[in-house]
Design a binder for this molecule. Structure first.
Ligand SMILES: *Cc1c(COP(=O)(O)O)cnc(C)c1O
Length: 452
């Protein structure tokens, strides 16, 4: 036990040291991957004490760490980690529960079943929905779309479980032109091929009239429609109140990719963005984005729990299975980390009002960014800032790309470059509980320096 205590004490000291360094630290890493490989070194011939390994790891890795948990990281869409979530995650690792079966790990399955109910309540979704905790939104989209595929084909008289896809009627998948790339990847895994894009408007929202037209031009194949809550460039939400009924009238399954946007439904002030989304058939979101728990934690929700368990469930004679359904019956993975326990801690620490305030604060800071950027000579905010995303141009594509580069050299904050509507853009995504007004002011000052 002496070696264990020494290693854990070292890890605790080093973790706190890292977190304490965040406010003053430059956001980008100082070392490259190859430099860290050299510092980590070769496979040792002999065992080494755990504490030495931990100290070596932290020292070698430190220059290559990016301050993603800081309040000045705005790249991609990556959340921070709430204190209760981080501390709970340490316990989850220590407890080492393989949280798959009720009878084997009652404590962590209890947390998971509570979290399932709490999430449906917070998001305003029907309480009978099936909820699965997967590794991220990609696998949550996979879980929902696998259930969608199996269900629409079953309705057409084809049993995918028994017969596979070869010879089946096939499935038509309609997606907004600006869906997230992970949708295409998941459809590949599911043997459904490339989706059919439907025109989007200036904010990247699927156009309901174009969707109606595409559905009417169908060839009789079973159909899935994928909508989006939160466009990675504009933050825009599809018009669910218009699109869901149109899709349902055509007999389609409706899935909503809300990796970071679904939590708008937890705020009374932002809930209007998701109006009508509760009528969909499935929803995917991430807890490691807006909800600020550590990686890796996604959430798959399906209105028809029995369909979800039929597509994801399995049976093994050596398992002790419960009639109430098992956590591993609703996700692709079998052995699984008790990631819902960490979500339980995040929700228990925030409470209902805290979740709403968290999302509203992201939006408040996005508006601060938009207002500040609009005042920079030559800069222009390209999207309607309705949620947590800001997309800006600083003039020509070359100039915008140069601002993105200079921001990285400056190091005050991390903003990422992208292309949107055929223009180079600088993106700002608000997704960290610890971001303050002062962080936003400091980043705007860095943007003014970089743009000049
Ligand atoms: C991040 C994101 C995904 C993929 O989520 P992962 O957790 O990275 O797998 C899917 N859709 C949208 C809209 C996203 O922002």
């Amino acid at each position: 036990m002496g070696e264990l205590h020494e290693a854990l004490d070292a890890a605790h000291r080093l973790a706190v040291g890292w977190l304490d360094s965040l406010p003053e630290r430059k956001v980008p890493p100082r070392a490259t991957t190859d430099e860290v490989i050299a510092a980590l070194g070769d496979l040792p011939d002999q065992p080494r004490p755990a504490k030495d390994v931990i100290e070596h790891l932290a020292a070698a890795a430190e220059p290559g760490l990016t301050a993603i948990p800081s309040g000045r990281w705005y790249g991609m869409v990556m959340g921070g980690t709430l204190p209760a979530a981080l501390a709970a995650d340490w316990l989850v690792s220590s407890w080492d529960q393989n949280s798959a079966l009720r009878a084997v790990t009652p404590a962590t399955v209890a947390a998971e079943e509570l979290v399932d109910r709490w999430l449906l309540d917070l998001l305003g979704l029907p309480l009978g929905c099936g909820v699965g905790m997967a590794t991220g939104a990609t696998m949550s989209n996979f879980t929902c779309l696998a259930t969608a595929r199996d269900t629409v084909l079953r309705r057409a008289g084809w049993d995918v479980k028994a017969r596979g896809l070869v010879g089946s009627p096939g499935v038509r998948v309609l997606v907004g032109a600006e869906r997230h790339d992970s949708i295409d990847k998941v459809l590949r895994f599911l043997g459904l091929g490339e989706p059919e894009p439907v025109a989007a408007d200036a904010q990247g929202r699927i156009q309901p009239a174009a969707l109606t037209g595409a559905l009417a031009a169908g060839d009789g194949r079973p159909t899935i429609v994928v909508l989006q809550a939160g466009n990675v460039h504009s933050g825009a939400f599809d018009d669910f109140a218009a699109a869901v009924p149109v899709a349902h009238d055509a007999g389609a399954w409706v899935h909503v990719d809300g990796a970071f946007g679904l939590f708008a439904a937890a705020s009374p002030k932002l809930r209007h963005l998701t109006t009508g989304f509760e009528a969909a058939d499935s929803w995917a979101t991430d807890a490691h984005k807006t909800l600020n728990v550590p990686y890796d934690c996604g959430i798959a929700i399906v209105a028809d729990d029995a369909a979800m368990r039929s597509s994801m469930g399995m049976h093994g004679d050596y398992l002790i299975q419960d009639d109430a359904g098992e956590p591993f019956d609703r996700v692709p993975e079998m052995s699984r980390r008790a990631r819902a326990t960490t979500v339980w801690a995040a929700l228990a620490s925030l409470g209902r009002s805290g979740v709403a305030e968290l999302v509203e604060r992201f939006c408040h800071h996005a508006t601060m960014f938009a207002d500040g950027i609009a005042q920079i000579p030559g800069a222009e905010v390209l999207n309607d800032v309705v949620f947590t995303q800001v997309c800006a141009s600083f003039g020509s594509d070359e100039h915008t790309q140069e601002v993105v580069r200079r921001m990285l050299v400056d190091g005050t904050a991390w903003t990422s470059g992208s292309r949107w509507h055929d223009r180079a853009v600088l993106r700002v995504a608000l997704c960290n509980w610890s971001t303050t007004d002062a962080d936003v002011e400091a980043t705007l000052a860095a943007l003014r320096r970089s743009a000049a």
